[in-house]
Design a protein around this ligand. Structure first.
Ligand code: RI2
Length: 336
């Protein structure tokens, strides 16, 4: 798992205390680069990777003063937060650590205690994220029926947790996974589920409407959920939702509560990431067809009216009710 690669790097740095500032910067810079290039991808994984990089910052350097420690930490958080713009799990995770760090700083403890407190909050976030994925699996599995055909799009840990958990509970169902162009994350889903013994069929994205006639339930993940219950997820999700709506297939979203976007409570929009055209066509093709414009939005928005339920680790909500959870979690729009 990508996260483990990042974490093991961080742990290796910690075990070499003779290496100071450059290692700390390496951990943050390399995690930033891995998130940006999608070597580490998936909204939950990028959140945990960023927090693991903050922990690496704490562990791989000897700081002279608390001011130096906190200054570097806030700068690292700022950088990591900007690695990708759409998945709100990333700023929410970083803000969770930084908000706690601000409280620690205000309490005025020793440098040693401050570093330890921040490390502990990083561990707490990663643990709670992994537990949330497991809990979502248990809750969501109750909504999968024997004999169902379940379609999913892209690759979401929350979704694979639901499907794996339903399979482990002895339910017999078929999974259809879309390829998910242009980066083919559907192949990851298909291979992960097949390795766990599930019955999986991979289809091109363009075949979704053809297969939707036999689909009972769609389960997708989320990169961000807005205050009105709209779900921002991998490009193509809204087309899948439209096709599910046409055939009356159930449409579920599986997402940890840190995918809720608090900024949307005050009217801000979620930025949709535009990625390189070379993910869509080879460079040589574009050079030979210079007059063709290529656009590559990474995400789209599924309106709440196409969604039946959002499964979180804090319970299952209709999209119109997600605002209640959001208000519960975020007393102020920008803080966790
Ligand atoms: P989990 C992914 O984004 C997909 O859109 C996926 O549905 C979503 O994150 C949630 O994934 P990308 O990083 O957090 O592949 O459930 O662009 O794993």
């Amino acid at each position: 798992m990508c996260l483990l690669l990042v974490r093991s790097g961080a742990e290796r740095d910690f075990k070499r205390p003779g290496l100071f500032a450059p290692m700390a910067d390496d951990a943050v810079d390399s995690t930033f680069a891995q998130i940006r290039s999608m070597k580490v991808r998936g909204a939950g994984r990028i959140a945990r990777a960023a927090v693991s990089a903050l922990k690496a910052y704490c562990e791989s350097r000897r700081f002279s003063t608390t001011q130096e420690f906190f200054g570097g930490l806030f700068a690292a958080g700022e950088k990591l937060r900007s690695a990708r713009p759409t998945a709100v799990s990333l700023p929410n995770a970083v803000n969770f650590v930084l908000a706690s760090a601000r409280r620690t700083q205000a309490a005025g403890g020793s440098l040693r205690d401050s570093v330890r407190a921040v490390r502990e909050v990083c561990d707490a976030f990663v643990d709670s994220s992994l537990r949330a994925t497991k809990t979502i699996g248990e809750y969501g599995a109750k909504r999968i029926q024997d004999g169902d055909v379940v379609l999913t799009h892209c690759n979401s840990e929350a979704v694979t947790s639901v499907l794996t958990s339903a399979h482990a509970a002895g339910k017999r169902f078929e999974v259809i996974a879309t390829e998910t162009r242009p980066r083919f994350q559907g192949r990851i889903t298909a291979s992960v589920l097949a390795n766990r013994g599930l019955d999986v069929t991979l289809i091109p994205d363009s075949a979704v409407r053809v297969y939707m006639r036999k689909v009972d339930t769609v389960v997708v993940g989320a990169d961000a959920i807005a205050a009105n219950g709209a779900v921002i997820n991998k490009i193509g999700t809204s087309q899948v939702a439209l096709a599910a709506h046409e055939t009356r297939a159930r449409f579920y979203v599986a997402a940890e509560s840190y995918k809720l976007s608090p900024m949307t409570m005050t009217g801000e929009l979620v930025e949709i990431e535009q990625r390189s055209p070379y993910e869509v066509v080879p460079r040589a093709w574009l050079e030979a067809n210079k007059e063709v414009k290529v656009r590559n939005p990474a995400f789209d928005v599924t309106p709440p009216e196409y969604i039946d339920l959002i499964v979180t680790e804090r319970g299952i909500f209709p999209p119109q009710g997600i605002i209640l959870l959001m208000k519960d979690l975020y007393d102020q729009p920008r803080s966790v």
